[in-house]
Design a protein around this ligand. Sequence first.
Ligand SMILES: Cc1cc2nc3c(=O)[nH]c(=O)nc-3n(C[C@H](O)[C@H](O)[C@H](O)COP(=O)(O)OP(=O)(O)OC[C@H]3O[C@@H](n4cnc5c(N)ncnc54)[C@H](O)[C@@H]3O)c2cc1C
Length: 420
Amino acid sequence: MDFARRWRHIWAMDRDFDVIIAGGGLNGPALALALAQGGLRVLVVDARPASARASVGFDGRAYALALASQRLLSALGVWPAVAARAQPILGIRTSDGVPPEGAAPFLLGFDHGELDEGAMGFMVEDRHLYAAFLATLEAAPGVTLRSGASVTGQAVDGALVAVTLDTGEVLRAALLVGCDGRASGVAQRAGIRRTGWGYGQTALVGAIRPERPHQGLAHQVFLPEGPLAILPLRDGLASIVWSETEANARTISALPDEDYCALLEARIGHLTGRVELAGPRFSYPLNLTLAEHYVAPRVALVGDAAHGVHPIAGQGLNLGLRDVAALAEVLAEARARGEDIGALDVLERYQRWRRFDSTVLALGMDAVNRLFSNTNPLLRAARGLGMRAVGALAGPRRSFIREAAGLSGDLPRLLTGQRL
Ligand SMILES: Cc1cc2nc3c(=O)[nH]c(=O)nc-3n(C[C@H](O)[C@H](O)[C@H](O)COP(=O)(O)OP(=O)(O)OC[C@H]3O[C@@H](n4cnc5c(N)ncnc54)[C@H](O)[C@@H]3O)c2cc1C
């Protein structure tokens, strides 16, 4: 046995798992599968019982997955269970509008043919994505799932982190990863502070059946109260993410379905024709929350625990999956070199890879939301000019398409579809 392997063997004896992941939403399961591929033993602890989430019927909640995220799901073996239910995104259209002014011309439009890689991304319903993760997790060697249990404490003790569950159990690992969402308890207990602000907006989310076929197009309509996205689903349905001021959202949420649809038609009828509701209505208050650090001794943060962003460009989960791919690659390489995977210098490689990129994207989406969520005529003219310029110039146009597909920047292997 060489030195690195022998040291790893002795060091592994004291721990129950190599990595404990707090949070089994979507990023937690993705990370567990990626780490198991890299040869690590992983425990996922999720507060919400898996059976409750897996038994949800159609509710229209869905994600726009960038092409790079789809490649990661392929590399993790999750995609085959989702593929037949995913709607390819064949084009993106953005327009500016003030209801009920009528049809607004497109400011910017892209088609998948310009990318030469097939679809630009895929719309996937939450219920199908979660069920696919769950089935893959349950079959994955090296992964244990504890759902319906919470992480309530953590303490670093030399080469280990002791993680306490609400069942009273204390489990030891080399690393604890917080995939526990925007109010991450893992971050709080590690003393990682957050910065951010509320948007004074609420996202109204639901599924509609538009009169006109969507043709695989994703629309982003910029309205004074906030952006409204119409995202294509299978079977002729579409998912809407409709950001409104908090006061408007409260009023709209209280409306009966017919009045809700009438308001929606005043905003997007020029694109969809008549709309009917095709599922329940949800609302999400919107805020930005950024962790000041993504790592601390024996702790790393991934996904919304590290950065909770505005849903304006449907990038939240895509950003989280980029974290997953980067952290898994850093840890797999560290393990192969015989390094301690929970050591701060190893974790800082992950932070250097991801923090700048995520912060720039989060603040970029924040700026776009501010620039577009108003009626200032000067700003309207300036943003129209800016977007038309992006559309007309070959360089910026290509950059925009590659960014939307998640193909720009220094991509970890999993995002190119390669296994670890
Ligand atoms: C309206 C809206 C639309 C969106 N649309 C898109 C889109 O089109 N594309 C896209 O990429 N992203 C989108 N997003 C963002 C996306 O939903 C999130 O980025 C993503 O779901 C975050 O996943 P996560 O696993 O990091 O966190 P979460 O989904 O928040 O999961 C956290 C998990 O941690 C568990 N947990 C919490 N505390 C504990 C604890 N102490 N112990 C154990 N478990 C714990 C919770 O039970 C939960 O299961 C959208 C968001 C919103 C609000």
